[in-house]
Design a protein around this ligand. Structure first.
Ligand code: ZN
Length: 150
């Protein structure tokens, strides 16, 4: 759908730094374009759907194993203490193209951000520091290689 950020990124109407990391039958994996840590990946359905309940059986079947695989790749490349997996897709109180955010988190981040979980994300979005492009592109390339080995 034109004008949807998720569709515009995957259909090439907006630039995606680092490019598509993995293209599955029903899901795409891309670097996160928001101000979260390098290593954060997005898992989103190819179809423009705005609610989890709209997933069909094939989309649902591919999702679980893909979330596991993508978090394993993030773990291998960034050695985090945790990989968050969350889905809000509700900007300005409007349902948007659903996308899981898979974000690596390290306990060292507590020196800058005392609270983990959603508070960490709130603070990172408020700070609004885009990931360094060269690092993000390098991560995307290594993640793509690992995703294609599996
Ligand atoms: Zn869309």
């Amino acid at each position: 759908m034109e004008g949807c950020l998720a569709c515009d990124l995957s259909e090439g109407r907006r630039e995606l730094p680092g490019g598509t990391v993995y293209s599955g039958g029903y899901w795409l994996v891309e670097p996160c374009v928001g101000p979260l840590s390098v290593g954060t990946l997005i898992v989103k359905p190819r179809r423009h759907i705005t609610h989890i309940w709209e997933l069909n059986a094939e989309e649902a079947a591919e999702l679980g194993p893909l979330l596991v695989r993508v978090s394993a790749v993030i773990n291998e490349l960034t050695q985090p203490d945790q990989v968050y997996a969350c889905l809000w897709s509700h900007a300005d109180w409007e349902p948007g193209h659903i996308h899981f955010v898979l974000q690596p988190v390290w306990k060292e981040q507590q020196t800058e951000h005392p609270l983990p979980g959603p508070m960490l994300q709130v603070e990172m979005f408020r700070a609004n520091q885009a990931p360094e492009r060269a690092l993000a592109e390098d991560f995307a390339e290594r993640a793509r290689a690992l995703m294609h080995q599996g």
